[in-house]
Design a protein around this ligand. Structure first.
Ligand code: PAF
Length: 284
């Protein structure tokens, strides 16, 4: 495995093409390993970057306590035949960085984490510039992040193939996340209810859609309002629950084909996000 720690080393093109960049903040789990698999499935060598990006944390967020487990991460990557790793030095990567503004600033996570996606898009852009990948892999769990990176690739006209990886879940349904480490195993079982709620909402949408002879609009607001109550009653504090057109993140229209159910909740002060996409065209 090729481990690169400086921009100087990077400038010698140490990675073999074609490779896919898998940007991470470390503390790797099975969800990340799946991103490597997706790269390989599409015939790209996986190159992982590990950098806890201070630009994407708000003043009251968990930058200081974010789990940093570099030695273990490298072991995991080695074991999983990762082609390369880029571990930027903070002062080097942030130096003269071009600050970018992310789209969808008034949607979903951007509303409660102002500036977060500006920090994400700024660092991902820099990682693209310095590593020059032929592809990149991002997970569906961060749905809004995916849309934002796709937008970045388009506006900057990068020739980087965007690969999307499905959410990886624990057997109980809990979406894997480094932040799950803040919870005990009992709490993680409780937190898996978030996925149960999403699945139930998905079923309700399907049912209503079928009842209405497969036409929109269905009364998504009522479904949503009911579930806000149900979820809060189960001890979760809702940051948002939204049912939107998955392409535009706007209210669903008659021509919407894919509906995004997205949720962010606080459970034991840990912020958990998850989502499901309902493909209306798939209903028979
Ligand atoms: O998804 C993440 O872990 C981060 O937002 C990313 C893409 C590595 C940028 O810091």
């Amino acid at each position: 495995m090729i481990v690169v720690k400086s921009l100087e080393e990077l400038s010698n093109n140490p990675f073999t093409s074609p490779f896919a960049l898998v940007p991470t903040m470390g503390n790797l789990h099975e969800g990340h390993i799946n991103l490597l698999e997706i790269a390989r499935e599409k015939n790209f060598l996986p190159v992982v970057s590990i950098f806890v990006n201070p630009l994407q944390f708000g003043p009251n967020e968990d930058l200081d306590k974010y789990p940093r487990t570099l030695d273990n991460d490298l072991e995991i990557l080695e074991k999983n035949n990762c082609h390369g790793v880029f571990i930027p030095q903070e002062n080097e990567i942030l130096k003269n960085i071009e600050p970018l503004e992310a789209p969808f600033a008034d949607k979903l996570c951007a509303k409660s984490r102002p500036g977060h996606f500006n920090g994400v898009i700024t660092i991902v852009n820099k990682l693209f510039e310095v590593t020059n990948p032929q592809a990149c892999v991002f997970g569906m769990k961060d749905f809004q992040q995916q849309l934002i990176i796709q937008h970045l690739i388009k506006t900057k006209q990068y020739e980087i193939q965007f690969l999307s990886a499905p959410v990886v879940r624990d057997t109980n349904g809990l979406a894997l996340s480094s932040r799950n480490n803040y919870l005990t195993s009992k709490q993680r079982t409780e937190a898996s209810k978030v996925f149960t709620f999403l699945s139930e909402i998905q079923e309700e949408i399907k049912l209503s859609f079928k009842k209405q002879k497969k036409t929109l609009p269905i009364d998504l607001d009522t479904i949503k309002d009911n579930y806000v109550q149900i979820i809060e009653n189960k001890g979760f504090k809702i940051d948002y629950l939204e049912i939107l057109d998955s392409k535009t993140l706007e209210i669903c229209q008659n021509n919407s084909t894919k509906i995004l159910i997205a949720i962010a909740v606080f459970y034991k002060q840990v912020r958990l996000i998850d989502n499901l996409v309902v493909d209306l065209s798939s209903f028979s």
